[in-house]
Design a protein around this ligand. Sequence first.
Ligand SMILES: Nc1ncnc2c1ncn2[C@@H]1O[C@H](COP(=O)(O)OP(=O)(O)OP(=O)(O)O)[C@@H](O)[C@H]1O
Length: 585
Amino acid sequence: MKELKHLNKYFFKYKWHLIGGIIITIIARIFAILTPRFIGESTSAIERYINGETTSEAAVRSELMTNILLILGATIMAGLFTFLMRQAIIVVSRHIEFDLKNEVYQKYQDLSLNFYKKNRTGDLMNRISEDVSKVRMYAGPAFMYSIQTGILFIIVIPYMFLQAPELTLYAVAPLPILSFAIYKLSVAINYRSTIVQQYLSKLNTFTQETFSGISVIKSYGLEPQTNNGFVNLSNENKDKNIDLVKVQAFFFPLMVLLIGASNVLVIYIGGRKFISGEIDNLGIIVEFLLYVNMLTWPVATVGWVTSIVQQAEASQKRINEFLKEVPQILNPSEGHEDIKGSISFKNVSFTYEDTNITALKNVSFDVESGETLAIIGKTGSGKSTILELIGRLYDVESGEICIDGKNIREMNLRELRDSIGYVPQDAFLFSDSIGNNIKFGKADATQEEIVTAAKNAAVHRNIQGFSKGYDTVLGERGITLSGGQKQRVSIARAIIHDPKILLFDDSLSAVDTETEEEILNNLFKLSRNKTTIIVSHRISSVKNADKIIILEAGQVVQRGTHQELLGTEGYYKELYLKQLSEKEM
Ligand SMILES: Nc1ncnc2c1ncn2[C@@H]1O[C@H](COP(=O)(O)OP(=O)(O)OP(=O)(O)O)[C@@H](O)[C@H]1O
C-alpha cells in the first residue's frame, strides 16, 4: 500500500463526497438487511397459524400484508440508497482518475527530451491510460465494496450470532474458503488479463504501423507478408484469450458451489436444531438462508478486492516512477528577461546521452543582435544540435551559451523559449486546421496576422487554393500537405509571434529556388531587428548571411562571409562550385 499513499491527497480533496458516500452506504445496507428479517417473521406467522398458535386468519393476513409492505419499502429504500452510494463513490473515483491523468500528463509535458528518448511511446500511453484505470478500480469499486462488506459484517454477523450462535458458525464456515478461492482465481485472471493486454498492444502497434506505412507496403507488394504477420499475432492473441476464458469460467461455478455448501449446512444443521427444539421457529432458518446468500457476494469481493489492490499498487508504482522523474532542464528563474538577441557560443561541447555521440566539440561563435548567421556542413556534422541547444532542448556538456551576455542556464526558461521562433527540420503539423496550426505560435493571433505570416512564408496562395482555405484540416482526417507546403506553414508558425531570435533548420530544403528566394526576401525584411540562424545545405540560402560557419564532425572548420569563403579553399567553395555547375546543367 506504500505506493497507493500517493492517492491520499485526492481522497482528502474529495473527503466530503466520500464521507457522504460512507453514510449512504451504511443506510443502504441497513435497509437491505431488514428484508430477510421481515421474510423470517412472515414465515414464523404462517408457522404459528399452521400450528394453531394463532387462530384468526384475518390477523395473519394483516401481519403478512404489513410485512409485504415493509419488505417493499425496505427494498425500494435499499435500491435508492445503493444508487446514491454508487453516485457518490464511483463518481469520486472518476474525478480521481481525471486528476491523476492530468497530473501524469502535466509531468510528461515538463520532462525533457531525454526522457522521451529513454521511454517508448507505448509505455507512456499505457501508464496514463491502463495504469490509471487500474488505480481507479482501487479508488472506486474496491473502496465501495470494502465499505459495503465491512458494514454488512458488522451488522449481520452479530445479529445472526444473537439469534443462533452455533448455526451462525456453520453458516459462515465456508465463506473464508470462498474468499480465499476467489482471491486465488482473481490473481490468476489478472495475470492472464495482463498478458492478453500485452498481446493486444502488440497487435495494435502492428496494425497502426501497417496503416501508417501503407504506401510503402503497397509499393513493395508486401501485402501477403503483412497479412501473415497479422494472422500470427491474431492467433497468439486468441490463444491468450482462451487461456483467460478458461480461468474465468471457474468464477461463477465456484461461487455457486460454496453458496450451495453454506445453504446445505444451514438447512441441515438448522433443521436438526429445529427438530430437537433448540430453534423454536422456522423463520430463523429462512432468515439465515437469506443472510448467507446476502453475505456471499461481499465475501467473494474480499478476494476480488485484494487482487484489485495488488494490481493498483503495481500500477501506481509505475506511475510514481514517472512522477518522481526530475526534468533535466529546469527553469532557474521567474524573472523578466529583456532579450535583444545577441548569441554567443563559448567552447561548447555536447554529447547525446543515449547514443554517446559527441555532436559538438569546442564550438565558438558570436552573432550580434539583428545579424544573420548561416551554418553549413555535411550531414551529421552537428548543425541541428546547435539550434536545439539555443532553446535549451538539451543543456551543454561544457562551455556556455550566452544571450545578450547572460548564460542561458540562468535565464527564465519560458521567456527564453518565447523569444525564439524555431522551425525544426521535420516540420510537424497537428491534425487541426491550417489556421490553427499557424496560430500555435501565437494563441491570440487575429486572422489578419495569420494571413500576413502565411504571406511572408509564401504559402498564402497555396492555402487559398484549398476549398476551405485556412479552415482546411490537416493530417489523418484531412489533406496531406506537400513537403514544401509543410515547411512553409511551419515557418509561418515561427514568425507569427514576432520573436527576437529565428532559427531555421534546413527549412527551405523542400521548396524550389524561386520560392526560396521569395521567402528569404520576406525574411530579410522581417528580420532586420532579429537575430537569425539559418542551417542549410544550399549556398543560395546562406550567401547573404552576415556570417557563415562551416561545421565538420562537430567542429567549426571555416568561418567568414560568402565572399571571404569563396576566396579560401575548402568545403564551402567546393559546394558552391558543385551547386553552380548543377544549376548550369
Ligand atoms: N536526438 C539525438 N539523439 C542522439 N543522437 C543524435 C540526436 N540527434 C542527432 N544525433 C547525432 O548527433 C550527430 C549530429 O547530428 P545533427 O542532427 O546535429 O547533425 P546535422 O548536421 O543537423 O545533420 P543533418 O544535416 O543531416 O540534419 C549525428 O551523428 C547524429 O546521429
